[in-house]
Design a protein around this ligand. Structure first.
Ligand code: PEP
Length: 251
């Protein structure tokens, strides 16, 4: 299995001065680490990707977008294409985050189209799935995740161009996390769902856990079988916390 991927989702936070400073801080830590045993990715808001990508160029710190449109260009006011993200130096883009699914009504088909567009531009698509609290309480967490995998994974998904992030909606930004047994169960289920869709690629596709990952719980979450990294929201806004989570992934 590949190195763990520790990805930071900055969401709609940080302006240019503090965003660039945070990125530089992480890039410096990475540069000082001999042969880091993890991949480190930050996904800043689109407004500051360009200065950040320039500031960390060559450091090994990866930069990604938080969303993209499925079209290459055209009449889509306010949207950003995968091609534009690639042009700035991005290597990854998050698609289908639950906040996009909720706030913008993005359904699985739209997420699959965005992921396909990202992959066509050479970006790695980080496809988010995860159940709501009501769905978990109804015993439907596994079913929801496999349905989202089936609907959101584009044709041509490979271990190189696809990452899955399992993010239970009820754990995002709440300080609550599933038990490690629950995480293990869902990640194994997602691995099996990938096996059904892309048999030859399933073993190599990284499956991240996301939802209230902090320095204090990162080691145990990242040690769960089939957890190949973390997607981190709030704790990715502080260099010390994000770095501690990355270090915890090494075990
Ligand atoms: C997220 O929204 O992707 C996320 C994981 O947020 P947090 O870590 O703040 O729960």
């Amino acid at each position: 299995m590949a190195r763990k991927l520790i990805a930071g989702n900055w969401k709609m936070n940080l302006l240019r001065p503090e965003g660039t400073a945070l990125a530089r801080d992480l890039a410096l830590r990475l540069a000082r680490t001999v042969d880091p045993a993890f991949d480190l990715l930050i996904c800043p808001p689109a407004t500051i990707i360009a200065p950040i990508a320039d500031a960390v160029q060559g450091s090994g710190l990866l930069v990604g977008g938080q969303d993209c449109h499925s079209a290459q260009d055209g009449a889509h006011t306010g949207d950003i294409s995968a091609r534009m993200l690639a042009d700035l130096g991005c290597s990854h883009v998050i698609v289908g985050h639950s906040e996009r699914r909720q706030d913008h009504g993005e359904i699985d088909l739209v997420v699959a189209e965005k992921a396909a567009a990202a992959q066509a531009e050479g970006l790695v698509a980080i496809i988010c799935v995860g159940e709501t609290e009501a769905e978990r309480n109804d015993g439907r967490a596994l079913q929801v995740c496999s349905r989202q995998i089936a609907g959101s994974l584009p044709q041509g998904a490979t271990a190189e161009n696809t990452v899955i992030a399992y993010e239970p909606v009820w754990a995002i930004g709440t300080g609550r996390t599933p038990t490690t047994a629950d995480v293990a169960e869902v990640h194994a289920h997602i691995r099996a769902a990938l096996g059904a869709r892309v048999p030859s690629e399933a073993a190599g596709i990284r499956i991240l856990y996301g939802g209230s990952v902090k320095p204090g719980n990162a080691a145990e979450l990242l040690a769960v079988p089939n957890v190949d990294g973390a997607l981190v929201g709030g704790a990715s806004l502080k260099a010390d916390d994000f770095w501690a989570i990355a270090e915890a992934s090494v075990g």
